[in-house]
Design a protein around this ligand. Structure first.
Ligand code: IMP
Length: 456
C-alpha cells in the first residue's frame, strides 16, 4: 500500500514551462501555513526560472531562484542540493524581496550548502558555445547547462566551496574555463555576461572573479547550512506542511523533452529523491500535480510543436495572457492543447493529478480546439520526444464550445462552473489519465477553485 505522508504537495510544470506553477505553490503554502510550519523545497534549476509576484499596492518582484513561498510568514524556503545557484543574482533577488517586505512578513531562507553554483564562467562558456552549436541556441543564457555539465565531469563547485572559500578550487575552475573558452577562440576575462539587475558585466580577471565571489559569499553565508538532518526531522513530523516547487517542466526535461530545447536538470518529481539524498521519497508525497494551461499551450525555443497555432487567435492569446518569457522576455509560441504530449509528460513525470490554469483565456466566438491524437500515414501513434517523428505526425483535433467567462469567474465550486467547462475538464482528465484537482481563473490567490478534496 502507498505510504502517504500527510500535508505534502508537489507541483511541477506539466507542459513546456510557464504554466503558472508559482501561484499554485503560493496558494498551497498560504493555506498550509495557517496550521503551522511549512517547508517549501525547490530541488532543480536556477536563474532560468521566472515567476512574477504582484502585491496589492502594484509592486512587482520577479522570483528566479527563490521559491514562491518566500513572501509567506511561517514558511521556510529551502534551495536544495541539485539547484544551480548564481550568487550575484541571488543577492539581487534577496534585496528585491527585502525592499518590498519587512522581515516578519517573509519566510526563513535556507540554502543547502551542497547546492551547486552556476557562475559567470558558465554564462560566458554558454554564450561562446552557442556560436559552435547547430541547435540549442535558445537557452536562457543563465549558464545552467554548463553548471550541470560540471557535475557529470566530476568537478562541480558547491555553495560551501565559497562560503568556506576554497581558493585553489575556485582558481582552478576559472583557469579551466579560461582554457575551454580560449580553445573556442575567445577570452574569458573580457566576455560580458547578463545579470539579474539587467546590466551586463565583464567576467574579469581571475583576481577580479575571485574577489567578487568572495564578497558575494560573505553576504550569502548566513543562509547556507547542511539541511539534511533538519529536513529529515521536518519530514518525520507530520504536523509540518511540505510543498515541493519544481522548476521548468517535464517537457523541458533533458530525457523527456525534445532536443535542443531542453534544460539540464531533472524536472520530474524523481529529482526530489536525489536532491534530498533519499530523505524524501516522492512516492510518499500526497499530491503530485502537474500544472498546465487549460485552453492552449505555450513554448519558447526552436522546437516545432505539432499543434502550433497559426491563426490570429495566437496573437490575441499572447497579448491577453502576457505570453512573453519572464526571464528572457521572448514572445512565446502559442499552440493548441496537445493531449498526447500531456499524457506522455504525466506518465513519465509520475504526475498523479492536474491543475489547469488560465481557464479564463476563452473567447465567445472561438471554439476550444484540442489535439486528441496523432496519425502517421493513417495509423494512430502516441507522442514521442523526437522532433523528426513529431514533424511527421498529423494532429487530430476535437472542438469544444467556449464557456461563459463571467459565469466561470463567479464560480466557487465544480457545480457552479458552466457546463461547457465541466465537460471540457472531464474530457482532459480522461484523455491524460489523471484527475483535474484544481483550476484557476486569474492570477490572484482567491481565483482558484478546488475540484477535489486534497486536504487543504
Ligand atoms: P536553459 O534552462 O537556460 O539551459 O534553457 C534550455 C531550454 O529550456 C531553453 O529552450 C529555454 O527557453 C527553456 N527554459 C528554461 N527555463 C524555462 C522556464 O522556466 N520556462 C520556459 N522555458 C524554459
Amino acid at each position: 500500500m502507498k505510504n502517504v505522508r500527510p500535508r505534502s504537495y508537489a507541483i511541477c510544470g506539466g507542459a513546456f514551462g510557464d504554466e503558472g506553477k508559482g501561484r499554485i505553490v503560493d496558494m498551497l503554502v498560504h493555506k498550509l501555513s495557517k496550521d503551522g510550519l511549512v517547508v517549501v523545497y525547490r530541488d532543480n534549476g536556477g536563474a532560468n526560472a521566472g515567476h512574477t509576484v504582484e502585491f496589492p499596492n502594484g509592486q512587482r518582484v520577479a522570483l528566479h531562484q527563490l521559491p514562491s513561498g518566500v513572501f509567506i510568514q511561517g514558511a521556510v524556503v529551502v534551495l536544495g542540493k541539485e539547484m544551480v545557484l548564481h550568487p550575484g543574482d541571488l543577492l539581487e533577488e534577496l534585496s528585491q524581496v527585502e525592499a518590498v517586505t519587512v522581515t516578519k512578513d517573509r519566510a526563513e531562507i535556507k540554502i543547502d550548502e551542497m547546492a551547486l553554483l552556476s557562475l559567470d564562467t558558465h554564462r560566458a562558456f554558454e554564450a561562446v558555445l552557442k556560436d559552435w552549436q547547430s541547435g540549442g541556441k535558445g537557452s536562457t543564457g543563465r549558464g545552467i547547462a554548463p553548471a550541470y555539465a560540471d557535475v557529470l565531469l566530476r568537478h562541480p563547485l558547491r555553495v560551501r566551496d565559497i562560503t568556506h572559500f576554497q581558493d585553489e578550487k575556485v582558481k582552478q575552475h576559472y583557469k579551466m574555463y579560461t582554457a575551454l573558452i580560449a580553445g573556442l577562440g575567445q577570452d574569458l576575462a573580457t566576455i560580458e555576461v547578463p545579470t539579474l539587475a539587467g546590466q551586463k558585466i565583464v567576467v574579469g580577471s581571475e583576481d577580479e572573479f575571485v574577489a567578487r565571489l568572495k564578497s558575494q559569499a560573505q553576504s550569502l553565508k548566513k543562509y547556507a547550512e547542511s539541511v539534511h538532518d533538519w529536513l529529515a526531522e521536518q519530514w518525520a513530523d507530520h504536523k509540518v506542511g511540505f510543498v515541493f516547487e519544481k522548476a521548468q517542466a517535464v517537457g523541458l526535461d533533458c530525457r523527456w523533452g525534445v532536443y535542443p530545447d531542453v534544460t539540464a536538470s531533472d524536472t520530474t518529481f524523481a529529482g526530489i529523491f536525489s536532491a534530498t539524498e533519499g530523505v524524501i521519497d516522492p512516492n510518499q508525497i500526497k499530491v503530485k500535480a502537474g500544472v498546465i494551461k487549460a485552453t492552449y499551450m505555450s513554448s519558447v525555443g526552436t522546437r516545432k510543436l505539432p499543434t502550433l497555432m497559426k491563426t490570429e487567435l495566437a496573437d490575441l492569446i499572447r497579448h491577453d495572457a502576457h505570453e512573453y518569457g519572464a526571464t528572457t522576455k521572448r514572445p512565446r509560441d502559442i499552440a493548441y492543447l496537445d493531449l498526447p504530449a500531456l499524457k506522455f509528460f504525466s506518465q513519465v513525470g509520475k504526475i498523479d493529478s492536474l491543475v489547469l490554469t488560465h481557464m479564463d483565456v476563452i473567447y465567445p466566438d472561438q471554439p476550444v480546439k484540442v489535439c486528441v491524437g496523432y496519425e502517421v500515414a493513417g495509423k494512430k501513434v502516441s507522442y514521442r520526444p523526437d522532433q523528426v517523428f513529431l514533424d511527421a505526425v498529423k494532429p487530430i483535433y476535437k472542438e469544444f464550445k467556449p464557456w461563459d467567462a463571467q459565469q466561470l469567474m463567479q464560480a466557487d465550486s465544480r457545480k457552479e462552473l458552466p457546463k461547457e467547462a465541466r465537460d471540457f475538464l472531464d474530457f482532459v482528465a480522461k484523455q491524460v489519465g489523471v484527475p483535474v484537482i484544481m483550476i484557476t481563473t486569474g492570477p490572484q490567490r482567491e481565483q482558484g477553485i478546488l475540484l477535489e478534496d486534497i486536504g487543504v
